[in-house]
Design a protein around this ligand. Structure first.
Ligand SMILES: [Zn+2]
Length: 247
């Protein structure tokens, strides 16, 4: 367990992140009332999807190379979900839907990130897209990526996720799996494989692979700030554990 945690600290410290000072200050002030719903919140309101006690200028904003849809289970506890991190940090590229209200997807333009026997890697995903185009199109790196318009993630507990992923409206989509990543999630969840990722981590790792394998560019921290809240919360939990003598 201690090896696991120290590994995470190293990984997290390599990220190119905006300063956490604004979050440290907000934490010292404590919870504030959300101006929209009146709920008591820290950093942001997960019900209204807005910042609390800080403005958009105080936090980083991330531009994504593809649109991201997150399908949330209605029973998922909003306060524990990391989907909201993506919406707040990349507001123009991320949309959150609450199941069963989901859009009609075109299978030639959309992939679903979900593990399973028929899932392919991010690298192989582009081959699948290239094969459906003409050989000329497949050779150009621009048109190689062009058909992929949208990437869908499911945000829910493991059992609920299976229900959503078997929805017939998602059946025709190419399934993509993030195979090599071990979770950094501090709340290890019982009965889950350790490759299970928090939604914000899954989005981050997908985009990193997409950048390297599909856009053919060297990764230089372009999407690291998607983990702006996540890495901060992670460091707070780690400090608490260390001071409690559990590490
Ligand atoms: Zn609110």
């Amino acid at each position: 367990m201690s090896i696991f945690h120290s590994k995470i600290r190293t990984n997290m410290s390599r990220l190119k992140l905006a300063s956490h000072t604004v979050l440290e200050e907000a934490q010292q002030r404590g919870r504030l009332k959300c101006s929209k719903c009146g709920g008591s919140r820290m950093f942001f309101c997960y019900t209204c999807c807005s910042l609390v006690g800080m403005s958009l200028q105080d936090i980083p904003s991330v531009k994504l190379p593809v649109k991201i849809d997150i399908i949330k289970h209605p029973n998922e506890t909003d306060g524990k979900s990391t989907a909201i991190h993506a919406k707040i940090l990349a507001p123009s590229d991320v949309t959150i839907y609450t199941y069963p209200c989901i859009p009609e997807y075109q299978k030639d333009e959309v992939v679903l990130v979900f593990p399973g026997p028929r899932a392919v890697s991010v690298q192989d995903m582009m081959k699948c897209f290239s094969e459906s185009g003409t050989p000329d199109e497949a050779q150009s790196s621009v048109s190689k990526v062009a058909p992929l318009q949208r990437v869908v993630f499911i945000d829910s507990t493991w059992n609920q996720t299976n229900k959503i992923s078997t929805d017939e409206r998602l059946q025709d989509l190419l399934q993509v799996e993030l195979k090599m990543r071990k979770t950094c999630f501090w709340r290890r969840q019982k009965g889950k494989p350790d490759t299970y990722l928090a939604t914000i981590e899954a989005i981050y790792y997908f985009l990193k692979d997409f950048h390297e394998h599909c856009l053919d560019k060297g990764y230089d921290g372009e999407y690291d700030n998607l983990l702006f809240f996540y890495s901060y919360l992670h460091s707070v939990v780690n400090k608490a554990k260390t001071s409690a003598g559990k590490c």
